[in-house]
Design a protein around this ligand. Sequence first.
Ligand SMILES: Cc1cc2nc3c(=O)[nH]c(=O)nc-3n(C[C@H](O)[C@H](O)[C@H](O)COP(=O)(O)OP(=O)(O)OC[C@H]3O[C@@H](n4cnc5c(N)ncnc54)[C@H](O)[C@@H]3O)c2cc1C
Length: 412
Amino acid sequence: MIGATLSHADAAGRHWQFIVVGAGPGGSATALRLARAGRSVLLVDRGDMPRAKVCGCCLSATALHELAALDVFSGDDPAPVPLAAVRIVAGGRAARVPLGGATLSREALDTILVERAVEAGVHWLPEFLVTSLADAVDGVCLTGRAVGAEPTLSIACDHAVIAAGLADHVRIDACIDPTAPQATADNQPLRSQRAVAAASRIGLGATLPAAASDLPAGELVMAVGRGGYVGIVRLEDGRIDIAAAIDRATIAAAGRPADAIVALLAESLDGSGMRVSSAALHAADMRATPPLTHRSPLVAGVHARIFRIGDAAGYVEPFTGEGMGWALANARIFAAAALAADRPHVMADRYRSGHDRLFSAHHARCRGVARAVRHPWLVSGAVRLAQLAPWIAAHVVSLLVGASARRLLSGK
Ligand SMILES: Cc1cc2nc3c(=O)[nH]c(=O)nc-3n(C[C@H](O)[C@H](O)[C@H](O)COP(=O)(O)OP(=O)(O)OC[C@H]3O[C@@H](n4cnc5c(N)ncnc54)[C@H](O)[C@@H]3O)c2cc1C
């Protein structure tokens, strides 16, 4: 557990340059970058660190590049386990494709990032739920409360960053200047501004004991079935991480989330020789996410002082395993925009254009992959082709990782 660095009264007694809501990779990396540049930053999360998160825990080349640029790993930290290959399994067929990247549990990664942020001067307030943000011409007023407690607290800042992930329910309140021209549009609660893709799948995830599968370390399995897909990987401490994207109708028909995953694995792994314990899946603490594929406004409020980054700004379902890399890259371009501009609207324009330049092609590619994996026969056919002609595997990887990944890595 990383203890709070200040009391609620001290947090409310100061005016912050930035408050970051949410300490996933996007929020912590943003806080870290801003603090290293000398800004006063308060980072809050409704949870504590370490905490579990539905995630495949695979760090893409982009994620590793961003983490290296942040220089966050110290000798005492758990090290990411290199990933050598992905085994794509569909309809009982399996193709093993070489893969880069690494795996690290979210308990370890997110804790390391918060620790580094605190070392850089960020103030940290865990177990604090933010309920709303209201912007005015001269700043933002955040309202929240300690988890499990009633009294609310108000904290003032120049700019607020919502990095609250898919479960972002922070309300954007009525702007304080009722004469502002966009007041009516921007007074809509945040959830009504979120555009969720039709038939978006939801995420399910759990960690299982080491003995729950015979999967070796360094290999990712993607099991694709009719109602969704499941990623399975061994974490740095030996546990098995399960992360799935599944149709809501499939879960409803199965009864319980664990039943849906067991059925999907039975369908896809049949004959592949791989084992995942159904008993362990049923005993696991299974977590779920809201619908995965969505887009939300990057800048909220009338005065352009409230920003969204990471999953809170937009996400495409996770087959290609890039969400953490995107969140970390998003933190970099937000911090660059925030540090280069004094006036909120200039900051907002720079952030919007940097975000569009960096992400639109990647999101479009991932939407295409997400559409393709809705047809298990297509995946099974591709797996068969890859078995017959291994050079096809290289094309599969470039589709998954993206021909333009270099642009994301270089930030151009
Ligand atoms: C099934 C599945 C598999 C995935 N697999 C991978 C993978 O292998 N590789 C990869 O790179 N990505 C993967 N992802 C995506 C990845 O998990 C996300 O893209 C990434 O976590 C986004 O980071 P973030 O910082 O935007 O948000 P998050 O990591 O979601 O962090 C948000 C934080 O905000 C906090 N919060 C929320 N609301 C509030 C509030 N009101 N007040 C205070 N705090 C709040 C939460 O407690 C949380 O700590 C996967 C996702 C899913 C669903």
